[in-house]
Design a protein around this ligand. Sequence first.
Ligand code: GLN
Length: 199
Amino acid sequence: MVKVGVLALQGDFLEHIQILREIEGVEPVAVKRIDDLKGVDALVIPGGESTTIGLLLSSRGLDTKVVELAEKGLPIMGTCAGAILLAAKVADRVVGETNQFTLKLMNIEVVRNIFGRQRDSFISTVRVENIGLVKGAFIRAPGIKSAWPPARVTGYINHPSIGEIGVAAEQNNMLALTFHPEITGEKGVYKYFLSFIKR
Ligand code: GLN
């Protein structure tokens, strides 16, 4: 049995827990405080509101612990707001530099709300390196504008109004997806992420 922590401060953590429960050999655990991280083999940071999750992460002292574990090689997957929280650099499509709190674990630059407002949300199929075709829900999603070593972009979409933009990236033990695989039930994403545990 592998224990997969799902950061449960805000956002759609329940959907991640549910899909992980359906994968054999996985025990999902909700992570609300430092103690909940004890013994986890991997961690998922869900979508939601990256500013809110960031504030809660730092006010509970979870940020330092997560960074420490990531640096020791704990596999971490961030989806949507979770991808923003992993990024070294964040801007917003409308307001520019956000100066918001992030864990700065991945060498990626993301642009929040790059596809527009809530009404501009959509579902699209993406080819993600090492995973294959993935159907993802893009809900006020960010885009990955650039990545520098050791991070690299592993999936792009070609959007009618903004053109080609990164939507998946990998850096050693970390995976960032700017969409929601939990909403479209994409178990393949989780199976690939879980393979990081044995790396
Ligand atoms: N727009 C949100 C943010 O910037 C992310 C949305 C999501 O996680 N679905 O934090």
